[in-house]
Design a protein around this ligand. Structure first.
Ligand code: AMP
Ligand code: MG
Length: 360
């Protein structure tokens, strides 16, 4: 299959409204006719297809190499469209939509019959989100249907934050890539399940627990979110977001995280770097602006500053892809704290590491 790439970056100085309209109308038509289009959102790039067409959903799973029991998020361009896709929408769920949409919050609700089970990975619930990105909103409007879209990476690879990342994974596998420039947030949406007795966070993201509690009061966090080992989750526990059971976001290199005081972590990582050098292996370090100077040898990359966790979330995935390009054998990472946005970063890193965490 030939993959067409169209430019749709509104911040580009060459932006011409008529060309943008034409490109977006073309992309919408591809989705309406059953094809697949990758597009930017404020979180990461999505791989979109008609959410109401089971064949389009199947194509998405195939293009990503994603297990078909891992459901897709359905994207809408107006809050009112939620009524067609979900049923039993509670007062609190509506308050979340009003407060956080358009934005990086995905809400799990009971699905309406119109949504095929292929889109929801066989579940009776549906994940819904209204993204805060002009290209995504325009694409959904032009398609005239809700757009099912997981992240536009091959299953198991880090989520794409630029159209270039999408092209690396998806050229020849999908119909079109809409290049809207780099995304703003860089980490996937927060997922909250509103179908149970107590609202529960299934995946942490830019919208934090604290922000949600301010709007709807009690909010729980699923135990798989902050787990630091498989044992902690428990062998017979079935994660509520099926995606959480798969190794995700993984770089090619072996990633190991280190937890302890700043001095102990730096000493342990420096020891590992020396060992790697001795064995003729290429090693890299994920550190922060505050700790960068503590490391010697190897490829040392700051992921951002701890004073502004947004910078760390923003750099996470493209740093992992950079390490892939450099073909490093090992990546040693510092840990981040489980509050605010740090919770989302730590959740992704620990899974990228396949739960390899050393206490030092
Ligand atoms: P992605 O779009 O690639 O970030 O993946 C979508 C995530 O949403 C996966 O982790 C899914 O397991 C989760 N998800 C989608 N639909 C549901 C649902 N109905 N219930 C629980 N989790 C869901
Ligand atoms: Mg994903």
């Amino acid at each position: 299959m030939d993959t067409i790439i169209v430019k749709a970056d509104l911040s580009n100085e060459w932006y011409v409204p008529e060309v943008w309209e034409k490109n977006m109308s073309h992309a919408g038509r591809v989705i309406r006719e059953g094809g697949l289009v990758a597009f930017p959102t404020e979180t990461v790039y999505g791989l979109g297809g008609n959410a109401l067409d089971k064949r389009a959903a199947e194509k998405i799973y195939r293009a990503k190499g994603r297990p078909s029991d891992n459901p897709l998020i359905v994207h809408i361009s107006r809050i009112s469209q939620a009524e067609n896709i979900a049923v039993n929408i509670s007062h609190d769920a509506r308050r979340l939509m009003e407060e956080f949409w358009p934005g990086p919050l995905t809400i799990i609700l009971d699905k309406a019959d119109i949504v095929p089970k292929e889109t929801t990975g066989g579940l009776d619930t549906v994940a819904l989100r209204m993204p805060n990105h002009p290209v995504a909103l325009k694409l959904i409007e032009e398609a005239g249907v809700p757009v099912a879209a997981p992240s536009a990476n091959l299953s198991g690879k880090p989520s794409p934050t630029t159209a270039g990342h999408v092209a690396e994974d998806m050229m020849g596998r999908i119909n079109m890539i809409v290049d809207g420039g780099a995304v703003a947030i860089g980490i996937e949406s927060t997922i909250i399940d509103m179908t149970g007795a107590v609202p529960t966070i299934l995946r942490p993201g830019f919208v934090t627990v604290e922000m949600l509690k301010k709007v709807i009061g009690a909010v729980e966090v699923d135990k798989a979110v902050d787990a630091k080992s498989i044992e902690e989750i428990g062998g017979d526990y079935r994660p509520k977001a099926p995606g959480m059971k798969y190794r995700h976001y993984a770089p090619k290199a072996e990633l190991i995280m280190f937890e302890g005081s700043v001095e102990n972590v730096a000493a342990a990582i420096n020891r590992k770097l020396k060992e790697a050098e001795k064995n003729g292996k290429k090693a890299a370090v994920i550190c922060t602006d505050e700790t960068e100077s503590l490391y010697k040898n190897g490829c040392i990359k700051s992921i951002g500053t701890r004073a502004e966790e947004e910078t760390i979330a923003y750099n996470l995935y493209h740093l992992l892809r950079e390490f892939d390009d450099m073909e490093v054998d090992y990546i040693y990472g510092e840990t981040f704290y489980g509050t605010g946005l740090g919770q989302a970063v730590m959740n992704r890193l620990i899974k990228a590491a396949g739960y390899r965490l050393e206490q030092v």
